[in-house]
Design a protein around this ligand. Sequence first.
Ligand SMILES: NC(=O)c1ccc[n+]([C@@H]2O[C@H](COP(=O)([O-])OP(=O)(O)OC[C@H]3O[C@@H](n4cnc5c(N)ncnc54)[C@H](OP(=O)(O)O)[C@@H]3O)[C@@H](O)[C@H]2O)c1
Length: 301
Amino acid sequence: MTKNRVGFIGLGLMGAPMAANIARAGYPLTVYNRSADKAHGLSPLGAKVAETPLQIAAQSDVVITMLSDAPAVEQVLRGEEGLLAGGRDGELLIDMSTVSPEQSRSIAIEIESQGWRKLEAPVFGSTGPARDGTLGIMVGGDETLFQEQHELLSVMGQDIFYMGPMGAGTLTKLAFNLMVAAQVASLAEAMALATKGGVDPRQFGDVLVKTAVASALVKRKLGNLVEGDFSAAFPLKHMHKDLGLMIDTGHSIGAPLPATGAIHELFTAATARGRGDQDAIAIYCLLAELAGLTPDTSSPH
Ligand SMILES: NC(=O)c1ccc[n+]([C@@H]2O[C@H](COP(=O)([O-])OP(=O)(O)OC[C@H]3O[C@@H](n4cnc5c(N)ncnc54)[C@H](OP(=O)(O)O)[C@@H]3O)[C@@H](O)[C@H]2O)c1
């Protein structure tokens, strides 16, 4: 069977390896990225490079977006060179960015009024699973459409779930990320407490990995923390964005999130201190500063 032509927009930390897997799976692929240099990295895999989202719309049957946030998605949709200026009736957008359920539904309403169809398909797993094609994908939207796109989604993900109507996938994603934020923040606080109190950070880590609280996430972030590696796998600015979306969503549906509120403030402070492009575990650096740890003693490695 002929494979759909895929357009991929957003070749950041996650999008670039996801698009590479689509090219390797033999889909005719056209890519676009705001900063064009990242798009050319996909050419050796046979991807065509578009200069505008409009060109992506014209050359694709299915368009995937993997962008920072909802304003970025709206930006590629709108304008003379935007996606919505091109495309055919029934063309499909699969938005894999993490946005709120409200934002996802609002984008769906906008594009469906222009004849497009939409699925939301946010992911769990970071850059490693994006590279290996083993992401978790939580889909919201029409179920038949989801079934039609299962093969394409399987190229990027291993665990693929249909969650319900538009908004159900993004809500599930935000609820999981709430737990990710809490684990990252509690690991950072625990390490700051131990370090400030004079416990050897490596020994603290060696004990922590033997305990029941050491999830796969905690183990991975602990390794980065002990090595002092704060390079972004999941940028702190995106965790900050997601925490804001959780709070807004909680407010709008009447679900209080008191612990998440406190963690959100912590990430607001770390972002304001210029740590947005570091990994989320760089929240430790802020806590170390607040604890009065000197540069010599703040780094646990
Ligand atoms: N990293 C993770 O571990 C992870 C895991 C699960 C989900 N997510 C979610 O996946 C999405 C992408 O994450 P990422 O880590 O790949 O982010 P990233 O590396 O920061 O990449 C963001 C992408 O969005 C583009 N972009 C941002 N603003 C734009 C605008 N106004 N117009 C056009 N393009 C714009 C960027 O283009 P430029 O290159 O030009 O800046 C880049 O291609 C986010 O929603 C994030 O929350 C990330």
